[in-house]
Ligand binder design. Structure first.
Ligand code: FAD
Length: 427
């Protein structure tokens, strides 16, 4: 599978130039390999509008650690990220209260998806051993031979070959489709009964944020909810999460405004009636998928990011976990050697799949916490208890959210740790 000559540079194909693919291209190029990046879309840096999911994302320590390793943390976090120190919960009567994310000084950052992707593409482009192939859609691949077939903008077939194919082509991965034809590949997908739609709160007339920008705002309403993350231009990306039948029931501006008046009355003046109606009916709600698979490698290919583990967005970990994949793979390459892919790929899979499965589960659990539990006394009491214990014994008692968001504890150990804490509390 690999060259025995340790001097020989590997030919690496990165399929998918989204968040994880563009970061992975930087990692592999910095290791000295020849990287070809293939991306379905045009170069987003030249596009006026980039269609696709969530405009902004919450970045935390795992994503930051992966960026730091390739020298990009400051450009993305320090120069662009907006720190969010707490959840701001909006009650039905319009009153609010805060639940801090962690200890004083701990925060997560709101970052623009397009900005992060562009910084990563620019960084990869600066490296002499990276080539970009935009408007290339993977349509077929032989994972054992490392061959790939793409269609380009003119509809022509383009053939390519690599020593290693990195499948970073997202939740509906075409690389993963090739895995599914092979024996012993386990695959599980679940659409949760919840859709999402993005709205916008514009800046105030004086160009300021209309709400406290140090918080991620949540309107928990039991079986559905709305959240808002701040953007650099003082606007907010608002995401409405709810079952499809609730979306379908809102067919006229009057129904929509009545729904908001009942459930999110304080958000109406922030969004503005006209904008709310225009934006809501301009787009269709999108579904949310959770994907687990095993193994993450086959032949000369490895799946990373959403291609290996798409998760629902409620822990804010999809990108963070995908970025951490790059860091973990880099650690295995350091340990076992770039020319030892026969060992690196299975070792990576064995290590990483348990964590990928764990964070997919945690993300599903956090939906219940965000839309419902944050309203309950028992949840707030537990948070207070956990925070006090963490303050008293910072290394011994690490709350679940802290371990996932502010540490690089392996995701499956975060769950083990929480189970242990539950047992201690019961005794
Ligand atoms: P993608 O970003 O999907 O990129 C895949 C790339 O592959 C795309 O550029 C696509 O064009 C390309 N591609 C697809 N098919 C092909 C093909 N056949 N050939 C070539 N190229 C192809 N994560 C967080 O960490 N924090 C958050 O706050 C957060 N919020 C989210 C909110 C929402 C509403 C959603 C839906 C997700 C959120 N996520 C969040 C998750 C995050 O968006 C994903 O985990 C992340 O985008 C995964 O990156 P990726 O590069 O693996 O996949």
């Amino acid at each position: 599978m690999t060259s025995q000559d340790p001097q020989k540079k590997l030919k690496i194909a990165v399929v998918g130039g989204g968040l994880v693919g563009s970061l992975q291209a930087c990692y592999m190029a910095k290791r000295g390999h020849q990287v070809e990046l293939y991306e379905l879309r045009d170069d987003i840096r030249t596009m006026e509008h980039v269609p696709g999911k969530s405009i902004n994302l919450a970045m935390s320590i795992r994503g930051r650690s992966a960026l730091r390793e390739v020298g990009l943390e400051d450009e993305i976090i320090k120069n662009h990220g907006l720190p969010m120190e707490a959840r701001m919960i909006h009650r039905l009567d319009g009153s609010t209260y805060q639940i801090p994310y962690g200890k004083k000084g701990q925060c997560i950052y709101s970052v623009g998806r397009r900005f992060v992707n562009e910084v990563l593409l620019n960084a990869a482009e600066k490296l002499p051993n990276v080539s970009f192939n935009f408007s290339h859609k993977l349509v077929n691949s032989d994972l054992d031979k490392g061959t790939m077939t793409f269609t380009n903008k003119s509809g022509e077939l383009v053939e390519a070959q690599a020593d290693l194919i990195l499948g970073t082509d997202g939740a509906y991965s075409a690389v993963r489709k090739q895995f599914m034809k092979r024996p012993r590949f386990n695959y599980q997908q679940e659409y949760i009964p919840c859709y999402y739609l993005e709205l916008c709160i514009p800046p105030t007339a004086s160009g300021n944020f209309a709400m406290n920008p140090k918080c991620l705002h949540i309107w928990p309403r039991g079986s559905f909810m709305m959240i808002a993350l701040p953007n650099q231009d003082a606007s907010w990306t608002v995401t409405l999460f709810m079952p499809h039948d609730k979306f379908e029931a809102l067919t006229t501006p009057e129904e929509l405004l009545a729904f908001f008046k009942t459930h999110y009355p304080d958000a109406i003046p922030l969004i503005g009636k006209d904008r709310l109606v225009k934006d809501f009916f301009a787009i269709k709600p999108s579904g949310l998928i959770s994907v687990k698979c095993y193994p993450h490698h086959a032949g000369k290919a490895l799946l990373l990011g959403d291609a290996a583990h798409a998760m629902v967005p409620f822990y804010g970990q999809g990108m963070n976990c995908g970025f951490e994949d790059c860091l973990v793979l880099n650690e295995f390459l350091n340990q076992l050697g770039d020319h030892n892919l026969e060992k690196v790929l299975p070792a990576y899979t064995e290590h990483r799949h348990v964590d990928a499965h764990a964070i997919c589960d945690l993300a599903l659990y956090n939906f219940i916490e965000m839309r419902d539990l944050v309203n309950r006394f028992s949840f707030l009491a537990r948070k207070r208890f956990d925070n006090t214990m963490h303050w008293l014994f910072p290394n011994w008692w690490v709350p679940l959210y802290t371990s996932v968001t502010f540490s690089r504890m392996r995701y499956h150990l975060c769950i083990e740790n929480k189970k242990w804490q539950d047992r201690v509390r019961q005794n």
